[in-house]
Ligand binder design. Sequence first.
Ligand code: SAH
Ligand code: SF4
Length: 372
Amino acid sequence: MTDIKKINLLGLSPEKLIEYFESIGEKKFRATQVIKWIHQKGAESFEEMTDVSKVLRAKLEKTCEIRAPEVVSQNISSDGTRKWIIRTEGGKNDCVETVLIPDGDRATLCVSSQVGCSLDCSFCSTGKQGFNRNLTPAEIIGQVWIAIKSFGPMDPNGPRRVTNVVMMGMGEPLMNFEPVVDAMILMMHDHAYGLSKRRVTLSTSGVVPKIYELVKRTDVSLAISLHAPNDELRSQLVPINKKYPIAELIEACQFYLANLPDKRHITIEYTLMSGVNDNEQQAHELAKLLQVLECKINLIPFNPFPNSGYEKPSNNRTRRFQKILADAGYTVTVRTTRGDDIDAACGQLVGDFQDKTRRSQKYIELHEVKSE
Ligand code: SAH
Ligand code: SF4
């Protein structure tokens, strides 16, 4: 028997699923039913789809599948933080992590887009591992699906288990453009997860041409990993800055905001590294640089990993940096650590698979992104 590769419906955007259904002679509303079954009720088989005709179910069974990526481990911290190690299709060591951070009535899911990353930022352990592979749309949206299912049977009328998504896990989302866009469309689609566009945030280190493309395709919120107030320093920390310097990046951000249908701001992420980018003069320089951009600033104290060569600044230094920016009129948040008690356990678990996955994702628990 020949083994035909089945189409994984989990990763198909509503548009693509409708297109597929029409190509097999099925009506559009059938596609809508199936999307709801998968993303709102968490169906894993066609058999469960009781309002879909038996004939269609049998037809889908032959050519399609609903396949989430494999969960290697799940950890739940005493503060409610949940963390998954997810194996992607590349091989047994191709793992990424997904983290869910509850905060009052919100829960923010930090989603990965690539195994590794080619952009090689000097302070990032994902960058140190190099680029391994892009995640498929099913592997990206699968992280949302897995997180919500971890609370028990999915219920479209139940409480929202994930209220915000940030594309801030492993990888540079704009270097895996189409799959990331498809997954984000599903996150926001009424027939799937129905998240507000203000609550889905893509974080980029500044792949400028893709920022222009992104606004044509979606209207998610945008976060920029800036980390330095001038090109000289930024090019050392974020090598892609040599290709797309700060002025071009800011222009792209202005374009992005100007082309959104509503009024929004950019989130500027600034990882503070002791003695590198955290002095008072740099804070003033940053305040001046960002005057031209509608933005809020999120300071991230550096999260150390072995042989990184960087250190996190003292709380005093962090506060001083924050105050200078706040005095200049910016809204500035400082990211705090969450899920401490599952850190070690998680590290042990991933240690068996791949040291780099563990290290690269340490900083994810820090995420406390203040999107609305
Ligand atoms: N590639 C994207 C998204 C993933 S990184 C980007 O660079 O924006 C998510 C955020 O964590 C980025 O702002 C990144 O600069 C930051 N980061 C990476 N390594 C870090 C570390 N060791 N400590 C603190 N923040 C880190
Ligand atoms: Fe890639 Fe982002 Fe890490 Fe830079 S900070 S290496 S872009 S994941």
